[in-house]
Ligand binder design. Structure first.
Ligand code: EPZ
Length: 429
């Protein structure tokens, strides 16, 4: 298995290009199941999760072709995927595939909407908590699907099509909102989704579906209205920039010191995280090319942050902020309210010399003078990258094991960091 070796202590200066968002790309690819025509996606990041989803969609009969590079394009340009679900040959998503990536469970809604049935493996637990799918199933049932659980599979049937309805989520769920929208676009009548997730990736998918002929309004607010249509057509759509990658590199620069332009980043996608960085004393300047992050010499101030659904501070940046706060001048508190067990990075940060204590959903981080390199590993992609951030400020060498987690969600991480002066290399097994 590959490992990443980092030697801390280098300033970061220059430009880091921000890729298309993983968490928009995955549901956009899944939305291709809703039409027999070709969906073309631009600015798709080169990630292991994208490759895995291509395999999962291939199992349903979907053809995915990747355009070659055009003249003038570099590795910094995202890929273009042409996705065609002209003929769906199989409505089963097997355990072997779904268990590798939770978001693949989301094929349930478009398969039922288009084919009247689907059999999708329950995703099971994962390293960041139990993560149930009860609210996704509730949304499908509200729209008239009959659901059975059989041998670890969710079997959904709507032989006469889905019917518009009111769906009220008792808790904000990104996957539940994607599911409700994708099921409702081809349903008979109007669907109203209350307490919908407002994450920017929901808006991006809704924009793409509207280009495909759907009638969705209110995406980005907590009340989404979908008027069902009888069919969708092909379209072309560019994936929005990755706000979690943006926030991650912003924290890396804050940790290492220096001045970096995060090219193509959009501040409105992560205002809460940028505010936390400003409070910590980091200079954050939106420009027409992206966001400029700088920290020169001065120490970091501690912060108080609570994760919550968008527009609050994202859970997907919690581990990275914690890594940063290990070097603050004072005591920070971070409360994780989205997932009940997303603190797997804490013990690894402690191996690097951090002082962190946990009490339920609340972490207390006492800033330390120095971190020291060590061997570390993590169990999910955001936790892994928090170790990379800590390593940038640690004395000596840190080896981050199990790099496949990073490859799931960060495109060319070591090139992007070494391009601005970090001492980072991949050690191939
Ligand atoms: C999405 O996961 C993201 N994944 C996650 O990113 C992200 O952490 C999460 O949203 C929260 O922002 C993708 O977009 C592919 P949820 P999702 O449904 O949709 C509970 C990453 O690192 N819940 O919004 O699975 C759930 O347990 C990943 O890129 C139920 O109780 O998250 C959690 O506490 C990790 N029942 C809360 O809701 C349900 O049926 C929010 O989860 C569904 C969810």
């Amino acid at each position: 298995m590959d490992r990443i070796r980092i030697v801390g202590g280098r300033r970061l200066d220059g430009v880091i290009p921000i890729s298309g968002a993983k968490n928009a790309t995955l549901p956009l690819m899944i939305a291709s199941l809703l039409t027999g025509e070709t969906l073309t996606l631009d600015n798709v990041p080169r990630l292991a999760d994208v490759v895995l989803l291509q395999r999962i969609l291939g199992n349903h009969g979907v053809d995915v072709t990747v355009s070659g590079k055009r003249s003038g394009e570099t590795a910094d340009h995202g890929q273009t995927l042409h996705i065609s679900a002209a003929r769906i040959v199989d409505t089963t998503a097997p355990y072997e595939l779904v268990s590798k990536m939770r978001a693949s469970f989301w094929v349930l809604a478009p398969l039922v909407a288009r084919m009247g049935q689907a059999r999708v493996s329950m995703p099971g637990g994962c390293a960041i908590g139990t993560r149930p799918v009860d609210l996704l199933i509730m949304a499908m049932e509200r729209l008239g699907a009959r659901i059975d659980i059989d041998g670890g599979y969710v079997v959904a049937r709507a032989p006469h099509g889905l019917k518009g309805a009111e769906i009220v989520f008792p808790k904000v769920t990104v996957g539940g909102t994607h599911t409700a929208i994708m099921a409702a676009v081809l349903a008979d009548g109007t669907t109203v989704i209350e307490n919908a997730a407002r994450e920017p990736e929901i808006g991006d998918v809704a924009d793409c579906l509207n280009k495909m002929g759907a009638r969705i309004s209110g995406a980005g607010t907590n009340r989404i209205v979908v008027e069902g249509v009888t069919r969708l057509n092909g379209a072309r759509h560019a994936v929005l920039p990755d706000r979690i990658e943006t926030g991650t590199y912003a924290m890396a620069v804050a940790m290492a010191g220096g001045e970096v332009l995060l090219q193509n980043a959009r501040p409105e996608l992560l205002q809460a995280a940028l505010d936390a960085l400003s409070n910590a004393g980091v200079s954050v300047t939106p420009t027409n090319q992206g966001i400029r992050i700088a920290r020169n010499g001065a120490g970091l101030q501690p912060v108080e942050v609570t994760t919550a659904p968008f527009p609050s501070f994202p859970t997907d940046l919690q581990a990275q902020l914690m890594a940063l706060m290990t070097r603050a001048r004072g005591t920070s508190h971070i409360v994780e309210t989205v997932f009940e067990n997303r603190f797997m990075h804490v013990q690894e940060l402690v191996r690097l010399g951090a002082h962190i204590s946990l009490e339920g959903e609340r972490a207390t981080i006492e800033g330390v003078e120095r971190l020291k390199g060590a061997q570390v590993m993590a169990t999910d992609l955001r936790a892994s990258v928090s170790l990379v951030i800590a390593a940038l400020a640690a004395e000596g060498e840190t080896i981050v094991n199990r790099v496949y987690h990073l490859d799931r969600g960060f495109e060319r991480l070591e090139q992007k960091l070494s391009g601005v002066g970090a001492e980072v290399e991949r050690l191939s097994a």
